[in-house]
Design a protein around this ligand. Structure first.
Ligand SMILES: Nc1ncnc2c1ncn2[C@@H]1O[C@H](COP(=O)(O)OP(=O)(O)OP(=O)(O)O)[C@@H](O)[C@H]1O
Ligand SMILES: [Mg+2]
Length: 249
């Protein structure tokens, strides 16, 4: 794929991010730096603004204030076309696997390819679909419909769809929600394997402690719209602060 070999000191650089919906001031000065190849897990209570954060990062929600630089691009200043180009390099998996029910697995995976024809020049869609499915261990599901898949398989297919464009940055919103602990662990390990194989950086939004521990080089707790605490999982886990502690009990 004709992705340039440009390097960035930071894959994501967020400073003093503010985002409100009417009087609901959701993000209140959040900051985040993600280095190349790093996985950062973000935890926060329901409604704390985690999904909003992901939508801001890919420019689906405009921000009110602050700096938001992704893969070297100043997101709030991008035109619609430039945003679309950026999204070819950023894989995002929304909360819930959100596969199209009427499309087979193959068609679901071809969908993002059709939107970014420029990036996939020189590649056969068929090969990219198969490569992505092989990477999640589900090549044999290629002709199935979402209704024929288990919850864990759907998450894997959603993961395949997220990585099919070989993104430099991957954003996961609750990749393990609704799964049993064993399948959740498998998916978390798969996220790490994929990150290594694609040398992508990722932001993993999760409620699942095991997922945060397995996937995150660093853990950020989002509370009151700000970074409440951040550090290595083991460091954060040992903190006696009551807010932090509430995530680990
Ligand atoms: N498009 C929108 N319009 C108005 N309010 C919104 C919109 N999107 C999100 N919100 C509000 O922003 C806040 C944060 O929502 P968000 O979906 O980011 O929470 P979350 O941390 O992802 O929660 P959960 O863990 O339940 O997924 C909530 O109060 C929500 O009602
Ligand atoms: Mg959410």
């Amino acid at each position: 794929m004709n992705s340039d070999p440009q390097t960035y000191s930071s894959v994501v650089s967020i400073r003093n991010l503010h985002k409100s919906f009417g009087s609901n001031h959701v993000l209140r000065g959040f900051h985040l730096d993600v280095a190349a190849g790093e996985n950062v897990a973000v935890m926060g209570k329901s409604g704390s603004g985690k999904s909003v954060l992901i939508k801001c990062i890919i420019g689906l929600e405009p921000i009110d204030e602050g700096q938001l630089i992704v893969l070297g691009k100043d997101v709030p200043k991008l035109s619609v076309r430039e945003l679309d180009e950026l999204r070819a390099d950023v894989g995002f998996q929304f909360q819930g696997s959100a596969l199209y029910d009427s499309m087979t697995v193959r068609e679901n995976l071809e969908f993002p390819l059709r939107r970014h024809l420029e990036k996939i020049k020189g590649y056969r869609a068929e090969d990219l679909v198969k490569e992505a499915l092989e990477n999640v261990g589900l090549l044999n599901a290629i002709d199935l419909l979402p209704s024929e898949l288990s919850g864990g398989m759907k998450k894997r297919i959603a993961l395949a769809r997220t990585i099919i464009m070989r993104p430099k940055l991957i954003l996961y919103d609750e990749p393990t929600s609704g799964l049993d602990p064993i399948t959740a662990r498998e998916i978390s390990r798969l996220i790490v394997d994929i990150q290594k194989q694609y040398q992508a950086a990722s932001v993993v939004i999760t409620h699942d402690l095991a997922c945060a521990r397995i996937t995150g080089n660093r853990l950020v707790i989002l509370s009151d719209g700000k970074n409440y605490i951040e550090g290595k999982y083991e460091e954060v886990e040992r903190m006696t602060d009551p807010v932090v502690h509430s995530f680990f009990t």
